[in-house]
Ligand binder design. Structure first.
Ligand code: ASP
Ligand code: MG
Length: 422
């Protein structure tokens, strides 16, 4: 007997029929003798629907002012789906109870709409499990120390599930979703993309932060910190498939580099169009310019990703960096209004039509020349690299958005990701 946490995404919970399917699947696991905690997302589209209603009443730019109410509102989505799942389980003949975040409680800080989990009290859930109940815990939400309901950021149910699994010391946390695992890249871009049987936690972290949308990045950080065994698998298999077969399906996120790991140098290609590039031209090249530019940006709470400073000519240099696309306008006006005049720079130019493509793999640690293969492949395709950044296990480039698919396909092929490793 094991203690298992299942997490079901919005699509898996998308209709009463699908909720019934989830209930049947969970019942199968419970009847096999496992203690089951289930963390559902809201029914698909529900969180968007609720937040759109708020937008009709007040401008999105005031989000911070009414963050508390947004969380009150958005948290109802998970409360509804959780109750429906408990009802479906009871209709299947199982004892089941659902809890909102505050009833567990799942304690968070007070940063509305992006709260962080601080602690989870497992006593109530544990006593239900001991009494033979399947326990449903709402995803995405918690309560702060003032008793306010908080939410964890979009996609936050993944994090709820991993945090519950960590707090309960679950044997495994299974993330059921509408894809059947983690792929070498997005199969919509490269049809030859393969599902990875295992992926290391560090690679998953890079892939999640580089644009792979399979797991919320914070959930991966959590899994790493507490060593939660995590598996991503499909909720669209028939609910009555053999449990042992199901338990081995999908992609397992591993913490050790064992012999069974697929020994590819590059494990995946991630890409995203979430960023925009901004350059400040004609900056006097003297100590403190990076601080003046990026300090101002950081003070405005804008996150910077890639950074480049050009070699200087005649005492002037160009300084470029990327920010999230939805902070582009805000960053441009900040630079134009304050930083440009203070620095005596010539001009601020921006480009939103860029994308970032990354190769990720722990094998890069022990193999030289992986990045240069990437650069060669891009040059053979005639794709100009605008920015580069590297870490031990990834190399990212910024290129023109219109070459994104070409770049991803060429790299996927060049690194043999369509071949099953020997
Ligand atoms: N319902 C929330 C969202 O749509 C949380 C989640 O689904 O993970 O972002
Ligand atoms: Mg999700």
């Amino acid at each position: 007997m094991a203690l298992i946490v299942h997490k079901y995404g919005g699509t898996s919970m998308g209709s009463t029929e699908r909720i019934r399917n989830v209930a049947k699947r969970v019942a199968k696991w419970a009847r096999a003798g496992h203690q089951m905690v289930v963390v559902p997302s809201a029914m698909s589209g529900e969180t968007n629907r609720l937040l759109a209603l708020a937008k009709e009443l007040a401008p999105a730019s005031l989000t911070e002012a009414y963050g508390r109410e947004l969380d009150m509102l958005a948290a109802t989505g998970e409360q509804a789906s959780s109750a429906l799942l408990a009802i479906a389980l009871q209709a299947e003949g199982l004892e089941s109870v659902s809890y909102a975040g505050w009833q567990v409680p799942i304690r968070t800080d007070s940063s509305y709409t992006k709260a962080r989990i601080e602690s989870i009290d497992d006593a109530r859930v544990r006593s239900d499990l001991q009494a033979g109940r399947v326990v449903i815990v709402t995803g995405f939400q918690g309560i702060d120390d003032q008793g306010n309901i908080t939410t964890l950021g979009r996609g936050g149910s993944d994090t709820s599930a991993v945090a519950v699994a960590a707090a309960m010391k679950a044997d495994e946390c299974l993330i059921y979703t509408d894809v059947d695992g983690v792929y070498t890249t997005d199969p919509r871009v490269v049809p030859e993309a393969r599902r990875l049987h295992t992926v290391s936690f560090e690679e998953m972290l890079e892939m999640a932060s580089m644009g792979s949308k399979v797991l919320q990045i914070r959930s991966v950080e959590f899994a790493g910190k507490y060593k939660v065994p995590l598996r991503v698998l499909s909720s669209f298999t028939p609910w009555d498939i053999d449990l042992n077969e199901e338990a081995k399906s999908g992609t397992l996120i591993t913490f050790e580099e064992d012999e069974n790991m697929e020994q590819a140098i590059v494990s995946g290609i991630a890409f995203n169009r979430d960023e925009a590039k901004i350059s400040i031209l004609g900056v006097p090249d003297k100590p403190g310019i990076a601080y003046q530019i990026l300090g101002a940006v950081a003070n405005a709470n804008i996150e910077v990703d890639m950074i480049i400073q050009n070699i200087s000519k005649d005492g002037k240099t160009d300084f470029s960096f990327t920010v999230n696309r939805n902070e582009y306008t805000k960053t441009m006006s900040l630079l134009n209004d304050t930083v440009l005049p203070a620095l005596g720079a010539t001009q601020v130019v921006g480009d939103t039509k860029i994308c970032k493509v990354s190769i990720v793999g722990i094998g890069m640690r022990s193999h030289v020349g992986v990045a240069s293969t990437m650069f060669r492949v891009l040059s053979e395709e005639g794709i100009n690299i605008q920015m580069i950044s590297t870490s031990e296990i990834k190399t990212s480039v910024v290129i023109d958005e219109k070459y994104m698919e070409l770049a991803v396909r060429a790299l996927h092929k060049a690194f043999d990701l369509d071949q099953v490793p020997a």
